[in-house]
Design a protein around this ligand. Sequence first.
Ligand code: FAD
Ligand code: SIN
Length: 536
Amino acid sequence: MTADFLIIGSGIAGLSLAIRAAEHGSVICLTKGDLLDSNTAWAQGGIAAVLPESLREAGDSCALHIADTLDAGAGLCHENVVRTIIEEGAATIDELVHYGVAFDAENDHFSLGKEGGHSKRRILHARDTTGREIAEALARTARNTPNLTILEDHFAIDLITTGKLGMVTDDRVLGAYVLNRKSGEVEIFRSDRVILATGGCGKVYLYTTNPDSATGDGVAMAWRAGASVANMEFIQFHPTCFYNPAANGAEARSFLVTEALRGEGAQLINQKGEDFVSQYDPRGSLAPRDIVARAIDHEIKRTGAPCVYLDVRHKPSGFMKERFPFIYQTLLRFGLDCEKDPIPVVPAAHYQCGGVVTDINGKTTLRGLYAVGEVACTGLHGANRLASNSLLEGNVLARRALQEMLAHLHPQRESEHFDIPTWEHGDTAAPDELVVIYHNWDEIRRLMWDYVSIVRTDNRLRRAATRLRNLKKEVREFYWGHRVNADILELRNLVTVASMIVDCAAKRKESRGLHYTTDHPKTKPSLAQDTRIRKF
Ligand code: FAD
Ligand code: SIN
């Protein structure tokens, strides 16, 4: 199949780009599962934007939002990128409303929430299921957009490039090999413009807020194709995920309790009921995420308690049911009435701040390849993302990437002129060998959690690297020897992404933002630059 634009991923970045691009040419949007299976659909708190003067909180400004973002980013944000994205925030909200997103509003004014690191109320939301509201509105619009073909259950395996076809100059992307999960066949999709919108890699950790689809496929594909990747050491851990020892392992720690709750006055307390976060930062429960997650990690290790608590008992009765109904009802299902009892919480892996290196228009270092949304490293987040800046980034970059591609549209499709070999299948997997996949999958996630999470050391990073080298070898043998399926492909990507995180972390001999190591506890001004890695 051939298209003017081949978009891989159906979260906010992929779908918003697909809808706009279809006005200018044929678009194929592939997604490996269901259209609504994405991190986007799980977003709770909302989307940060500075609205026109009459609609914003008094005193707020783009300059303040920029300052908050730079402060959270700990010296690694690219200031020009931060400025551009934030200044385009209000236009992004207009577009989402145009696509049918119903943000909460009262008397013709949007209700604005607050989250950690924001000095003003500027988070637009739809109760506590903002992501679902956005994802459903975009999916509705996309399904009714002419020129746009949506293919669910289509898993992109690898990018096809001139380099992989043996050309030694002018490396560029020509399309992708894609597994049709229904037929089991691997198909060739050709396009001169391939856009990765594949989201993040939370599943590389045992405990994560991310859905199962977040396996870092886009970063791994881009890296294998020779594009630059950066800052993978900066994995953001969300401080407050519901801790429920009665539920099963990872499931118990994956339910997010939005930071917006702290924006409305919820307090983090320890088992004795003390506000412990204020000892680490004067902003207390509303300090940026890296600080709060580390404070919780330290408190848990110091006291030996399995969790800390989020307390909303002082809020008026009915407040939770009205403002945070999804969280309120979900906790009730787990047997906890948060109006009566504090909510037990622990941190879990949440967001990939690094990714495929792009400029402010989503352009990667490989010709014809673009990356938008969480998969990309634009320079907005630096060493730590400010809450609710990612939905904003996904939508703004999608628009900018399209403008960039339109400026360089060629009437002829170069990708049609190459002889692309069909996919060679390995042998069929014997069912008893599937256990190898599941074992390796668990091992990676466990070792990343134990050795490469909130607090790191040189020694643990070395151990992780040794284990990953062996796992990589095993996975490679398995990959080449068997017929591909989604599990093998995700395992291969997870081991690649885990290795990138470890390599980037080992390179950074300082503590900065989300990367904290007890062997190098200070921030070193001389190391205020991105950690870039590339395959060739
Ligand atoms: P996603 O929305 O993750 O979409 C990626 C898509 O790519 C999916 O459709 C996936 O199936 C597809 N895909 C992946 N690999 C392949 C492949 N190999 N082949 C084909 N398709 C593939 N951010 C905020 O700004 N505000 C919030 O309130 C907020 N809350 C959050 C709450 C939770 C629980 C989580 C998990 C994240 C939250 N975030 C929030 C982060 C934010 O949701 C994500 O960063 C953002 O939605 C990413 O959008 P995306 O389009 O880049 O990727
Ligand atoms: C949350 O609602 O706490 C998540 C917000 C984000 O990740 O930006």
